[in-house]
Design a protein around this ligand. Structure first.
Ligand SMILES: NC(=O)c1ccc[n+]([C@@H]2O[C@H](COP(=O)([O-])OP(=O)(O)OC[C@H]3O[C@@H](n4cnc5c(N)ncnc54)[C@H](OP(=O)(O)O)[C@@H]3O)[C@@H](O)[C@H]2O)c1
Length: 323
C-alpha cells in the first residue's frame, strides 16, 4: 500500500492546479496543523482521483501528528488522514468499472485531509447515494478495524461480547456488527453514554473501578469474548472475565496480548471488507454515528476533540471544494 508523501507523490500534479489540504511541518500539539496548497495529484496507473467530501479523524492521526508513531516515518509537510469519501474526478490507466462522477468510500495511509486524493482502485468501494457524506467519510478505517477484530474473534450467535470503549469510533461500529452477527453485547462507557449504547443494541456498564463485578452482575460467567479498545485496566478486567484468552482481542495492548495468548489486532483493510460494511449500511444494519463535524481548515479543533477522549462515534472533517 502506498504511503502518501507529498514531496514525491504529488510532484506529478499539474503545476498550475492546486488544492487545499491540511498538513504539519513538525511534530507537536494540534496547532501544528495548518492549511497548505499542494499540486493536485495525477492518478497513476491503477489509481483513481477523488474530490474529497469528508475525511474521518482518528486517534491514530493525532498520535502521528504528536510524533508518537515512530514506526511510520513521515516527510514534512505531512498530511494526515486514513479514510475519506468523495467523488471520482479522474481515473488512471487500467482502471475499469469506475468513472468520473462515481461516489466512493476509501482509505489511504495518510493524505486524506485534503480536497483531492489519488488512491489505488483496490482501496475503494462504491458509496450508496443515500449514505450521507459524513457517515461515508467516517466508515472506512474504524469500520474495518471493528470488522477485522470481530472476525478474528469469530463473534457470532451464542456469544456474549464485552466491548471496552463501546461509545467510541471503533466501539460504536463493533457493537452494531456484533449484534448483527447474533451476539449479545455488553459495552463500557461513561454513564452519559449509556442510553446511546442501548440505542446501538448494547447493554451498558460504566468503566472504572468495580468493572469486573458490574459485568458479572449482568452476565455472571457468560462473557465469551472481548474487544478491548482501551488497554490498561480494561485489558486486566478482560483477563478476569474470559476463560479463554484467545477470545480477547485488543487494539492497543500488543505486548501483553502476545505474551498472554490474547489477540493483538491490527486493522486489515480490503475492498471486499469495505464493500461488506457498505452492504450492511444499505440493509440498515449499520450506521456511522457522528460525534462532531469540522471544516477541513478546523482540523486542529478536530484533533483536540479526538484527544479529549470522550464522545459518541466519529469525528469527521467536511471538505467543501469547488467542482
Ligand atoms: N490496532 C488498530 O489497528 C487500531 C485501529 C483503530 C483504532 N485503534 C486504537 O483503538 C483505540 C480506540 O479508537 P477509537 O477510534 O474508537 O477512539 P475514540 O473514538 O477516540 O474513543 C473514544 C471513546 O473512548 C471511551 N473511553 C474513554 N475512557 C475510557 C475508559 N477508561 N474505558 C472505556 N472507554 C473509555 C469514551 O467513552 P466515554 O465518552 O463514555 O467516556 C469514548 O467513547 C485508540 O487507541 C486507537 O488508536 C487501533
Amino acid at each position: 500500500m502506498k504511503i502518501v508523501r507529498w514531496n514525491s507523490d504529488t510532484a506529478a500534479g499539474t503545476p498550475e492546479a492546486t488544492a487545499c489540504a491540511v498538513a504539519f511541518d513538525a511534530f507537536g500539539p494540534p496547532e501544528v496543523l495548518r492549511a497548505v496548497r499542494v499540486a493536485v495529484p495525477l492518478p497513476g496507473a491503477g489509481e483513481v482521483r477523488v474530490r474529497v467530501k469528508a475525511a474521518g479523524v482518528r486517534p491514530f492521526d493525532a498520535a502521528l501528528r504528536a510524533g508518537r508513531v515512530p514506526a511510520l516515518p513521515v516527510t514534512f509537510p505531512q498530511c494526515p488522514g486514513n479514510e475519506f469519501a468523495g467523488i471520482v474526478d479522474a481515473v488512471g490507466e487500467g482502471v475499469a468499472g469506475v468513472a468520473p462522477g462515481d461516489e466512493l468510500i476509501g482509505w489511504n495511509v495518510m493524505g486524506c485531509y485534503a480536497e483531492r486524493v489519488a488512491v489505488s482502485a483496490n482501496q475503494i468501494a462504491g458509496k450508496p447515494r443515500a449514505m450521507p457524506w459524513d457517515e461515508a467519510g467516517g466508515l472506512s478505517a474504524s469500520g474495518q478495524t471493528a470488522h477485522t477484530a470481530l472476525r478474528a474473534l469469530g463473534v457470532g450467535l451464542g456469544d456474549t461480547l464485552l466491548v471496552h470503549g463501546a461509545a467510541g469510533g471503533v466501539g460504536s461500529l463493533a457493537v452494531q456488527l456484533a449484534r448483527t452477527w447474533g451476539a449479545r453485547v455488553i459495552g463500557t462507557a461513561s454513564p452519559g453514554n449509556h442510553d446511546y449504547l442501548r440505542e446501538l443494541g448494547a447493554e451498558p456498564v460504566a468503566y472504572g473501578p468495580g468493572l469486573v463485578e458490574r459485568v458479572r452482575r449482568l452476565a455472571a460467567h457468560d462473557v465469551s469474548a472481548v474487544l478491548d479498545t482501551r488497554g490498561g485496566d480494561a485489558f486486566d478486567a478482560s483477563l478476569k472475565l474470559v476463560g479463554d484468552w484467545r477470545r480477547i482481542a485488543t487494539l492497543v495492548e500488543f505486548d501483553r496480548a502476545k505474551k498472554l495468548g490474547a489477540l493483538a489486532v491490527r486493522s486489515e483493510r480490503s475492498a471486499a471488507r469495505l464493500a461488506e460494511l457498505v452492504a450492511l449500511w444499505e440493509r440498515g444494519a449499520l450506521r456511522v454515528p457522528i460525534r462532531a463535524r469540522y471544516a477541513l481548515h478546523n482540523a486542529a479543533q478536530a484533533h483536540r476533540d479526538i484527544e479529549y477522549g470522550h464522545g459518541r462515534g466519529k469525528v469527521v472533517l467536511m471538505v467543501e471544494v469547488a467542482a
